[in-house]
Design a protein around this ligand. Sequence first.
Ligand code: SF4
Length: 451
Amino acid sequence: MEKPHILLINPWIYDFAAHDLWMKPLGLLYIASVLREEGYKISFIDCLDRYNTELLKLQNLERPKNKKYGSGHFLRTEVRKPDILKDIPRRYCRYGITEEIFIEELKKISHPDAILVTSMMTYWYPGVFRAIELLKDKFPNTPVILGGIYATLCHDHALNNSGADFVFNGNDINGTLALINKLTGIENQFRYSISELPSPAFDLYQNIDYACISTSFGCPYQCTYCASKLLYPDFIQRKPESVVSEIEYFYQKLGIKNFAFYDDALLVNSDKHIEIILDEVIKLNLYPYFHTPNGIHPRLITASLAQKLFLSGFKTLRLSLETTNKKLQIETGNKVTSEEFEEALKILKTAGFGKDGLGAYIFMGYPGKEKEEVNDSINYVTQKGIRPFLVEYSPIPGTFEWNRMIEKGIIEGNIDPLFHNNSVFLRKFLSWEESDLQKIKAMVRKGQHSA
Ligand code: SF4
């Protein structure tokens, strides 16, 4: 009997700004891979695929305009700004393929038995809703299952508003698969463990310039502003050999050179984990370019690790500093001190890293972190000879900081997820002036230039 046909969708981003900084729907690609292994027929539309043939034709391009390591700009189409964001003086856009291309892609697909839609940032939900609306127009009787970060962190909002028939909470891959089975009349029990899944199905892309890898899920730390524990209650590291064969497969068979690590805690237990992985990559004579768009922990960088990071091909290393304010460092989770940050920089520079690859994340708009402190942190990082990168803070539902802000009366617990947007939070809830923001951003640009 022919196995059911499942359509997987990665929706658009709706935001004031978005950039393809190695952004792929890793969870959805894992599910695709498991379903395929179980014999299901898979179709896949990624609204953010910059290699979509029709999108390239529309832009008169043969291939996307990429930056050095495969990142680049999405096509941007201005859309009507939601009324509650009308005070934000920026253009609101949809990023990715056009709606017309999406509808044409749907026409090419035979009738699916179930549709899986993923979601990322909570405040990108308008793209999810629009995708579900168009899917329901085309396949009105096919059940739509929504999962991913927005569906987990804003579960009730998604249940009440998304139009999906089922909304999944968390990362229970066996539960998702059991639901698909139930909906499609298949009797089968899945017993996959998150650390032993088949490699994510990057081969579903006709062309691809980078792959994303998670060598672990979750984080053993518990910073007050972070949602890692809500998404992955346990910290789980994959077997190093399975990560190495994944890298080798993507590199040799799919020709992928750039790899972005999605780990929240890549360097934890490094001698038993990442160092073993990197030793193997070096031994295999692979020459990948590795990137850490999620910051890494400066405290965990040793001389031996730094050398392996350098020799195995790390090109973009972002260090999580967030603030140089000692009190805030401790209050928010004590994951790093400025002394540890300086020591890590020294070690990395000795290992061979130059200013081009190194950067540090700095929070802007964190309640209690005044504008002057943001300036101090930027100056500090720039003086250390590396590039500052701003993270515009916004609270994430369910975190300690989220609850603290409700208690302090800064936000209400039921604010629309559009207000979680980092471009919105500090303007609307902390009353930052546009001129302050622009001054700080100019300082960062100067710091990035001069570092
Ligand atoms: S160390 Fe990073 S990932 Fe871990 S809890 Fe803190 S912010 Fe989150």
